[in-house]
Design a protein around this ligand. Structure first.
Ligand SMILES: *Cc1c(COP(=O)(O)O)cnc(C)c1O
Length: 236
């Protein structure tokens, strides 16, 4: 277990740095230190890393591919760790049935057809599935996300689906944008959504490179991969 000890020490050091960044950003924004939940994005990393992170106090993990996530979640569950699993990748409707078996939250909902598929798939779940609407800040649908005009229709559809709970919004700052500009725009939409649907208060924004800007603009959840686990080999 030499490797495990070394990896644990590495993850612990990274985690401490990320927690310090979050605490400093909260302080600078005049927000309580516990007001931001750290979601560890564990895509491409093994279940053993997820278990180490759980041992270090991580409660929320995120994945972006169903096949990888489903196997990892099963392995982690078998090892006895109870975590909240977030799905953050583009989701095909035919994967809805699989995703709802392990996910607690789907953050990347961006069409009514996907809402319908998830609602069907959750028909016999004991607990409703939390749903975030992914917003496309620059209006480019290529990387997923609804444009502002569609946000209301898709969110109303989630809110009226029995097995789903509308929890809020998620976004990724567009490449090349000043993250403050991106997250300021997102915060306006999140505020309007929460007025229309009072339970929809989650704002999932901020990654390794821009978590401070996201916290300045009210993020309740930051999704951190690289700064916690290291550089990924692929671009995802
Ligand atoms: C990979 C990923 C992250 C984490 O990004 P890092 O820059 O590695 O922190 C966050 N959100 C989504 C949707 C992702 O796909």
């Amino acid at each position: 277990m030499v490797y495990d000890d070394r990896r644990r020490a590495e993850l612990a050091a990274n985690l401490q740095q990320v927690r310090e960044r979050i605490a400093r950003a909260c302080e600078a924004a005049g927000r309580p230190p516990g007001s931001v939940i750290l979601t560890a994005v564990t895509k491409t990393y093994p279940a053993s890393d997820v278990l180490l992170l759980a041992g270090l106090g991580i409660t929320d993990v995120a994945e972006n591919r169903d096949q990888e996530a489903s196997a990892k979640a099963a392995e982690v569950r078998a090892a006895g760790a109870g975590l909240r699993w977030h799905f953050v990748g583009q989701l095909q409707r035919n994967k809805a049935r699989s995703v709802v078996t392990y996910a607690d939250v789907v953050e990347s909902v961006d069409s009514e057809r996907l809402v319908t598929a998830l609602a069907r798939a959750t028909a016999d779940r004991a607990v409703p599935l939390d749903v975030l609407i992914q917003v496309s800040i620059d209006g480019d649908p290529e990387r997923g996300g609804v444009i502002e005009n569609d946000l209301w229709r898709v969110s109303d559809s989630v809110a009226s689906s029995d097995g789903l709970r509308l929890a809020g919004v998620m976004a990724v700052a567009p490449l090349g944008w000043d993250p403050d500009r991106a997250f300021a725009q997102l915060a306006v939409l999140a505020g309007r959504l929460a007025e229309r649907h009072p339970g929809a208060t989650t704002l999932s924004a901020g990654m390794s490179g821009d978590l401070e800007a996201a916290i300045r603009h009210g993020a309740t959840h930051v999704r951190i991969g690289t700064s916690l686990l290291g550089m990924r080999n692929s671009l995802r």
